[in-house]
Design a protein around this ligand. Structure first.
Ligand SMILES: [Zn+2]
Ligand SMILES: [Zn+2]
Ligand SMILES: [Zn+2]
Length: 136
């Protein structure tokens, strides 16, 4: 399903900006609203924030929170993953946990809780930072 079909299915207006932004986002992993503001100066700040809210409302975007970082987003793609964050260099990595995420939703459902957002962030050291530790 492309963004046009999703907007139509959710009874939202299809505008060139909504399509243009989404197409660019498909090439990125994590991004900030700031990246969009720089990339699409002709769209305007307020409209960019409204579009991000709209994408979240229709379920194509996730907002993420990381230690010492704010305002991060990524597309809620079919290939679902979560993140590791290195406590030393603060870089963020992805790991594939699609079946675990489905299990979480299933466990919620068993208690009549309909999960529509979750985020898992594992923190620790990345391979580079780990290898850079002085040997004891
Ligand atoms: Zn690191
Ligand atoms: Zn990610
Ligand atoms: Zn997940």
């Amino acid at each position: 399903m492309d963004i046009e079909d999703i907007l139509r299915a959710k009874k939202k207006r299809v505008t060139p900006e909504r399509i243009e932004m989404f197409q660019w986002l498909q090439e990125l992993h994590l991004f900030q609203s700031h990246d969009l503001i720089l990339r699409f100066p002709h769209i305007g700040r307020a409209s960019i924030f409204r579009t991000l809210d709209l994408y979240m409302e229709i379920g194509v975007l996730r907002k993420l929170n990381f230690e010492n970082r704010w305002d991060y987003y990524e597309l809620a793609s079919h290939h679902h993953h979560e993140h590791f964050q290195c406590t030393s260099c603060e870089r963020i990595f992805q790991f594939d946990v699609s079946h675990m995420c489905k299990t979480l939703e299933f466990l919620g459902r068993k208690q009549w809780f309909y999960v529509n957002h979750h985020q898992i962030v594992l923190s620790g050291l990345c391979a580079n930072c780990h290898d850079a530790l002085p040997q004891i």
